[in-house]
Design a protein around this ligand. Structure first.
Ligand code: NDP
Length: 461
């Protein structure tokens, strides 16, 4: 008789957990997955996927304007928020259903309810929708519970503010919104709401948005956002948020007060470890409150692993998927695999979007000393036709001695699509001469990447 009910018990049916469960189950292992909310996790239910639909929805107004430059008559089309939400929710339900089917097809069992470790091999699943609580045992346990939005608790009135989670379900589109934060979510939602015609203000505490990205990228995106009518307020924090008869008044540390209808905090996400019983099972967290793991995603407890945002390594869906797959390969397919977190490309679906892989110029100078910069700012062909003012930015950061390309950064239409391909070359260690030997595809925006011959000399250098 088997010693445990399951070979593997996964807590959390998001990107990382589902992939790990499927790959493990394909080995013939007996696998169960517990999910307290909806199958699909942050990415599918309240993250990347619905966000991208919102980005698409918000782009049409700008397309309509561009269309006029190309000879189309004004369409007079109007946007219906509720119609969009219904369509979006229908598609999310479909995708969540596919996740369920995929789990079932792989032979994994799905349990609905919040799971809590009562020791290193035992999980209590609280009943959901009247179902009874259930206790099961497992040989191996994987924690893949993701993260939750964080709002600074010390700001009086912060309870009036929403996070990205509620932004996906606002009962109506506000006339005005103020977004706090300067990271991925703040910048993406600022573009979404502005595109949908909402009077949008972004308030960030630092000197420029998108900390961690290349400084030229940060400055370029901020400028382009302003061109699109977004008010970008920098070096400023919330002092308090006051509810009045006409909206919410945000008192800022600068002494200014900004009135708005909705305040959205996009001030980061924290690993979701609450109520999981990790302490009871002896699982250690790191200083950031994330589950501490080694390169095989193993915790300090011999039979417990963790993948995805709950480990706070690189908080991106494809990374969680790869970490989950690597865990399952190692533990269930006798194929020791660890995911390499180097040269992971990412995209910010701001408007214009950003694609970035490798080092920023600043980081490259710090780690490699002398670097050469190739940089081009230009108006894309589609824009010049109608006299628009949108500009793209393309930048390569190259090690001066080895000529290896250390970083590639693109801001402009299709930047996320472009960077996926550039990432392959950078991951393979491409040099600038090899890169330049690639013939351009014309006429495209991306051809600029392989036609930059002159080193960039910063103004004043
Ligand atoms: P980020 O960590 O990217 O940004 C958080 C922002 O909030 C930063 O600008 C930060 O400022 C600011 N902030 C943090 N604490 C406070 C505070 N107390 N007061 C004021 N401002 C504060 O988090 P996001 O919420 O934007 O996104 C969470 C994660 O989700 C990202 O790290 C990313 O990994 C992932 N994500 C990825 C996307 C993609 O791939 N396209 C899209 C959306 C999310 P400072 O810079 O000064 O620290």
């Amino acid at each position: 008789m088997a010693k445990y009910d399951y070979d593997l018990f996964v807590i959390g049916a998001g990107s990382g957990g589902v992939r790990a469960a499927r790959v493990a189950a394909m080995s013939g292992a007996k696998v169960a997955v517990a999910e307290e909310y909806r199958v699909g996790g942050t990415c599918v239910i309240r993250g990347c996927v619905p966000k991208k639909f919102m980005v698409y929805a918000s782009e049409f107004a700008a397309y309509a304007k561009t269309a006029e430059g190309y000879g189309w008559s004004p369409s007079g089309a109007v946007f219906d928020w509720n119609k969009f939400l219904t369509a979006k929710d229908r598609e999310i339900a479909r995708l969540s259903g596919i996740y369920v089917t995929n789990l079932q097809n792989a032979g994994a069992e799905l349990l609905h309810g919040k799971a809590r470790l009562t020791d290193a091999h035992t999980v209590l699943i609280e009943g959901k929708d009247g179902a009874e609580a259930r206790t099961v045992t497992a040989d191996k346990i994987l924690v893949a519970t993701g993260g939750r939005p964080f709002k600074p608790a010390d700001i009086p009135g912060v309870e009036h503010a929403i996070t990205s989670e509620e932004a996906f379900h606002l009962p109506q589109l506000p006339k005005r919104i103020l977004i706090a934060g300067g990271g991925y979510i703040a910048v993406e939602f600022a573009g979404i709401f502005a595109g949908l015609g909402v009077d949008t203000t972004l308030v960030y505490r630092g000197a420029n948005i998108l900390r961690g990205f290349d400084d030229d990228v940060r400055a370029h995106v901020a400028e382009e956002m302003k061109k699109r009518g977004i008010k970008v307020v920098l070096g400023c924090q919330h002092e308090k948020i006051e509810k009045t008869a006409t909206g919410l008044v945000n008192h800022m540390t600068s002494g200014h007060a900004i009135e708005t209808d909705v305040v959205m905090f996009a001030t980061g996400r924290k690993p979701y470890v609450d109520g999981l019983g990790l302490e009871t099972a002896g699982v250690k967290l790191n200083d950031a409150g994330a589950v501490a793991v080694d390169r095989f995603s193993k915790t300090n407890v011999e039979n417990i692993w963790a993948v995805g945002d709950v480990t706070d390594r690189i908080n991106l869906t494809p990374v969680a998927i790869r970490e989950g797959a690597a865990f399952a390969q190692t533990e269930f397919h006798n194929n020791p695999t660890s995911f390499d977190h180097d040269m992971v490309a990412s995209a910010v679906f701001s408007q214009p979007p950003v694609g970035s892989v490798g080092l920023s110029e600043g980081d490259a100078r710090r780690s490699h000393g002398k670097v050469d910069i190739y940089l081009s700012r230009f108006r894309p062909m589609k824009t010049t036709f109608y006299g628009g003012d949108d500009r793209c930015l393309i930048k390569l950061v190259v090690a001066a001695d080895s000529e290896k390309i250390l970083g590639c950064h693109v801001v402009g239409p299709d930047a996320p699509e472009i960077i996926q391909m550039a990432a392959i070359a950078l991951k393979m260690g491409v040099t600038k001469p090899q890169w330049d030997s690639t013939c351009a595809v014309h006429p495209t925006l991306a051809e600029e990447l392989v036609t930059m011959r002159d080193k960039h000399v910063p103004v004043g250098a």
